[in-house]
Design a protein around this ligand. Structure first.
Ligand code: GDP
Ligand code: MG
Length: 437
């Protein structure tokens, strides 16, 4: 995967005092390959590595950081810039603001429509109306109505009508009547680019003059996502993209290509099926994600200085055998707490860093996590896979936390375990072992 490859690419640079033409060329070749594998399209990958190379060659490597670390930093900055640099917000230039949702079947349009309505209501103090404009499948209308019910958002539907343009207009009229200041129009998808359907959504666009057109695309479809984005953009000139299904192992390489191919900002990402699983898109966070877990290596390196040899050796063995469990996790947290410089360190731990992103880091930072782990039985701690639904419920009750928090911690623990396993395979870990006191 990408992070293994980056590790390998950085290894080429290891031990070199400065970044030279030769070692950077070799590394860039590896990185380009890695980016291509992560669904970044060729042109983007090429111009990206050229740019990074240019920047890297001009840098003097400080003695305190390795060329690999410096390169990671340059790449991170470049990736962030490539994805637009900063967050691109929705615009609300009129009342009601009309938002048209477009994309292929199964991309996640209806789910996103619900999530967006929920987000605008709960975070932006808006009064949205959802419009069911997918008339081809009765189930589609019902799906939106069920979501609307669930999040307390009204849904306009017209089961009698077969005219999406008319329905969209009726929806907006109803919004005006009822004082809804945002109208979200969920449209019919298409299995693939289909001329008739394309024309239909163009007509809806022409009729209602939306302020935002959000193109929804499944991030798991990789390079296809980019091609689809291109066609939709040519036809609709959308104002922003939404990447869904970024909750799996999807690396998000599509994010990079979409921005550079159609030059439209990504505005949101979907990270799950639930109505709350929506995030505003942050280019810098996505950059870290695409770069993979490079930071983990430096975390482990720094943590290493604090661990005594025996404990470290034990941990390596466990990680290699994939036996890393909640006891180890707990004792790692204790180690990290001892290390100080919390905020810095937090960002480096996959999962934990994300969980803590908005929390002021003090001694209490790990309280919730510690409480959850303490509420596990010894058997559960050493057998994380055994923690099923009913155990999770009990742990939530015992620790005074919410089931969601328990689920999240376990998910993040699993992610961390995966990463550690990866780190334990390639040269990175071997390197660490060699340097152990
Ligand atoms: P539409 O055909 O474009 O309206 O797509 P739907 O909204 O009906 O979504 C298709 C499927 O993808 C459904 O099973 C959704 O639950 C699922 N889905 C949508 N967004 C996400 C997401 O961000 N993560 C995951 N895991 N599933 C999603
Ligand atoms: Mg739908």
């Amino acid at each position: 995967n990408l992070s293994d490859k980056l590790d390998r690419a950085f290894k080429v640079l290891k031990g070199q005092g400065s970044i030279t033409e030769i070692n950077v060329a070799e590394t860039m070749k590896e990185i380009r390959k890695a980016l291509l594998d992560a669904d970044v399209n060729y042109k983007t990958a090429k111009s990206f590595t050229d740019e990074v190379k240019q920047k890297a060659l001009g840098e003097n490597v400080l003695t305190t950081i390795s060329p690999g670390q410096l390169l990671t930093k340059i790449m991170n900055d470049e990736l962030t810039a490539l994805m637009g640099g900063s967050t691109s917000e929705l615009n609300f230039p009129a009342t009601p603001t009309v938002i048209l949702i477009a994309g292929l079947n199964g991309a996640g349009k209806t789910t996103f429509s619900g999530k967006l309505a929920n987000f605008l209501k709960t975070q932006k103090n808006k009064k949205p109306l959802l419009v069911a404009d997918d008339i081809y499948r009765p189930a589609a209308i019902n799906q939106l109505q069920v979501l609307g019910e669930q999040i307390g958002i009204p849904v306009y539907a017209n089961l009698e009508s077969k005219d999406p343009v008319a329905i969209a207009r009726e929806g907006i009229a109803q919004a005006k009547q009822n004082g809804n200041n945002v109208v979200i129009i969920d449209t019919a998808g298409r299995l693939a680019i289909d001329e008739a359907m394309m024309r239909e959504i163009e007509q809806v666009k022409a009729a209602v003059n939306p302020h935002e057109i959000l193109f929804v695309v499944d991030a798991m479809t990789g390079q296809d996502a980019v091609n689809t984005a291109k066609v939709f953009n040519e036809r609709l000139d959308f104002t922003g993209a939404v990447l869904t299904k970024l909750d799996g192992d999807t690396r998000g390489g599509a994010a990079l290509s979409i921005k550079s191919v159609v030059n439209k900002p990504i505005k949101f990402i979907g990270t799950g099926e639930k109505m709350e699983a929506l995030d505003v898109f942050h280019p810098d966070r996505m950059a870290s994600r695409i770069l993979g877990m490079g930071d983990v290596v430096s975390l482990v390196e720094r943590a290493q200085q604090q661990f005594d040899e025996k404990e470290a050796a034990e941990l390596q063995k466990k990680i290699r055998k994939n036996k890393f469990d909640f006891n180890d996790f707990y004792s790692q947290i204790q180690q990290i707490k001892k290390m100080g410089n919390m905020k810095d360190l937090m960002g480096m731990i996959p999962g934990v860093g994300k969980m803590m992103k908005d929390v002021e880091i003090g001694d209490d930072a790990f309280k919730g996590i510690e409480a959850i782990i303490q509420s596990m039985t010894p058997y559960e701690k050493s057998n994380p896979d055994s923690i099923n639904q009913s155990r999770r419920n009990r742990i939530a009750q015992g620790s005074g936390t919410k089931l969601e928090e328990v689920n999240r911690l376990i998910k993040q623990f699993e992610d961390m375990r995966k990463v550690m396993k990866q780190v334990s395979n390639p040269a990175a870990m071997a390197n660490l072992m060699r340097r152990m006191p």
